[in-house]
Design a protein around this ligand. Structure first.
Ligand code: OFO
Length: 165
C-alpha cells in the first residue's frame, strides 16, 4: 500500500513523464516539417519512450492499491531558433526529470517504502542514459556550429541515436 505522500509524488511524476512525451512530440513535429528526417525519427521514438515511462508509473500506482491520476497537460513552450537552443532545452529537461526522480527516491526512503524504492531504480538508470544521450547530442551540435553540411550529417547521425537505446 502506498502512503499518501508517495502516491501524490508518483502521480506528479506521471504528469512529468506525460509532459516529456509532449515535448518530444512537439520537437518531432517541428523537425518533420523542416525536413530533418533523422531528428524527427529520434524525437518520435523518444516521445513513445516517455509515454511508456508514464504508463509504467500508472500501472505501478494502481497495482500498489493507489489510484493513478491522469491530468491535463499544457502546450509545450519551446524555442526553436537554433538547434543548440532546442537541444539545450532537451538536456535541461532531462536534468529536471532526474531531479524529480531523485526526489521520489528520497520520499520512498524516508517512508521506508522499499518496494517503491526498488521500482524507482529503473528510472534512475534510465535517466543516466537519457542525460548522457542529450549531452552527446549537444556536444555534436557544438562541434558543427552553423555549418549547413554539418547539419545535414548531424540529421543523418540522429538515425544512429534512434536505433541505439
Ligand atoms: Fe526522460 O524522462 Fe522519462 O524517465
Amino acid at each position: 500500500m502506498l502512503s499518501d505522500a508517495m502516491q501524490s509524488a508518483l502521480n506528479e511524476q506521471i504528469k512529468v513523464e506525460a509532459e516529456s512525451s509532449q515535448i518530444y512530440l512537439a520537437m518531432a513535429s517541428w523537425a518533420e516539417v523542416k525536413g530533418f528526417e533523422g531528428i524527427a525519427t529520434f524525437m518520435f521514438k523518444q516521445s513513445d519512450e516517455e509515454r511508456a515511462h508514464m504508463l509504467k508509473l500508472v500501472k505501478y500506482v494502481n497495482q500498489r492499491g493507489g489510484h493513478a491520476i491522469i491530468s491535463s497537460l499544457d502546450e509545450p513552450k519551446l524555442d526553436y531558433t537554433s538547434f543548440k537552443t532546442l537541444f539545450t532545452q532537451l538536456y535541461n529537461h532531462e536534468v529536471k526529470v532526474s531531479a524529480s526522480i531523485n526526489k521520489l527516491v528520497d520520499i520512498a526512503l524516508t517512508g521506508k517504502d522499499y518496494a517503491t524504492h526498488n521500482f524507482l531504480q529503473w528510472y534512475v538508470s534510465e535517466q543516466i542514459e537519457e542525460e548522457a544521450t542529450a549531452k552527446a547530442i549537444l556536444d555534436k551540435i557544438d562541434l558543427i556550429g552553423n555549418d549547413k553540411g554539418g547539419l545535414y550529417l548531424f540529421d543523418n547521425d540522429m538515425k544512429v541515436f534512434s536505433s541505439s537505446g
